[in-house]
Design a protein. Structure first.
Length: 202
């Protein structure tokens, strides 16, 4: 997972996601990590939440928080869940690590009425400058890995993701682009580190 700047209320991307979700909703968090976001949603929005995570150590941390989490690989599919079972499905910092992101997003839109996707922006200006001046794969606070140990399989920009949604008939209901603890509204594909998208599909 990428590192995101903290602020007094916790991670800023988590606060943005919190604002997107209605109280008392059913939520599925795909790639939920150590469960911090899911625990926040339960505490602040009284959601009925469950998670899916492949890392066993992260699952132990979820259990310590009293969370319901399944040990599974989200690439293997969501066929165990019925159509529109959840009000929201969350893919925060997970999409760039899956083998088949198109399949995962479309399945998420089947089992969830809405899907929240959070992605790192690989075309942020810092990354572009590192490639241009240093001729190397960029390493930043948000993308801290070297080429040989990165979990990221997909390298996309905010513009790439918007184009994907258009091609697949997916509606972007909300888009929030952030850099640290600030929302970026001016040329976000250049200046935002992270994009958060609220999606739906008829």
């Amino acid at each position: 997972m990428t590192e995101v700047e903290q602020h007094p209320g916790g991670r800023f991307d988590h606060q943005v996601i919190l604002e997107m979700i209605a109280p008392n909703s059913k939520v599925l968090d795909l790639g939920c990590g150590n469960g911090d976001l899911l625990a926040l949603l339960i505490a602040k929005k009284s959601v009925r939440g469950t998670g899916i995570e492949i890392n066993e150590q992260a699952i132990y941390k979820c259990i310590e928080k009293g969370l319901t989490v399944s040990h599974a690989d989200i690439d293997s599919g969501l066929m165990d869940y019925s159509n529109k079972r959840f009000d929201y499905v969350i893919l925060n910092e997970s999409l760039q690590e899956v083998l088949n992101p198109e399949k995962v997003i479309l399945e998420a839109l089947c089992v969830g009425k809405k899907v929240i996707v959070g992605i790192p922006n690989f075309c942020h200006i810092n990354a572009r400058l590192q490639i241009f001046f240093k001729g190397r794969v960029p390493v930043t606070d948000e993308l801290p890995y070297q080429w040989y140990n990165t979990p990221n399989l997909r390298f996309l920009s905010l513009k790439d993701f918007r184009n994907f949604c258009t091609d697949k008939g997916i509606t972007i209901e909300q888009e929030k682009n952030i850099n640290g603890a600030q929302e970026i509204k001016l040329i976000p594909n250049l200046f935002a580190h992270i994009g958060l998208f609220l999606l739906s599909r008829e």
